[in-house]
Design a protein around this ligand. Sequence first.
Ligand code: FES
Length: 254
Amino acid sequence: MFLENCEILENKVVAGHNYLMRVKGDKTVQAAKAGQFYMLQCKNGIYFLRRPISLHYADKENNILEFYYEIKGGGTKDLASMKAGELINIQGPLGTGFTTELSGKELLVVGGGMGMAPMKLLIEFLAKNNKVTYIAGGRNKVAMEIMSNFDLNGIEHYITTDDGSVGIHGNVIVKMEELMKDKKFDMVFTCGPQKMMEAVAKTAKKFDTKCEISLEARMACGVKACVGCSIKTKFGMKKVCHDGPVFDSETIVD
Ligand code: FES
């Protein structure tokens, strides 16, 4: 875990309240793994607590980190006000990410809404040595605009929207069921709204497939120093910022 002042290269609206920030880092980039997160300091330290933002992408050749985030309150609104050329202090990478040391496997990645954020780096990692299928879902066309920031060349992928404004009209579970009936996947990875992840985990279990889920939790310190992010699991209390945010779904969902 590193602390670094990074230059903001770009901080733009993707669609609606969703933003994409690109920063130039060094050690914070080289150590990054898919599914981890960073604590970003708000402008001028106005908000005492940093904001936990999941990693969207790490370009290790050019030392660039990408964060896809949504304005949810004062802190993220403050982040969105920062401009290219300004410095932002970031702490990370933090937490336990997805399992990526796999090869020769059939893998299914399911992202929903802002839960698409960690999937860009995850897909790139996994696709090096495995066959990856990606299902991305959201409420509408606005939620899916981030897909233009993915490089899905050679990746079998599907888009679903609740209102049918783009892609398949419906949710990710319908497509997931359809794919899993036809093909045996070795593992499923998911991030998205709680209810969606529960449904993804249950579907994976139905087809006897291991599933990893990335949880969201309120965080204060981000480094296991408080109890702000504790959750109950089958193996006792765990801290999302340290033991997660990625967990084996079997430890969380019945
Ligand atoms: Fe403080 Fe996890 S946010 S322990």
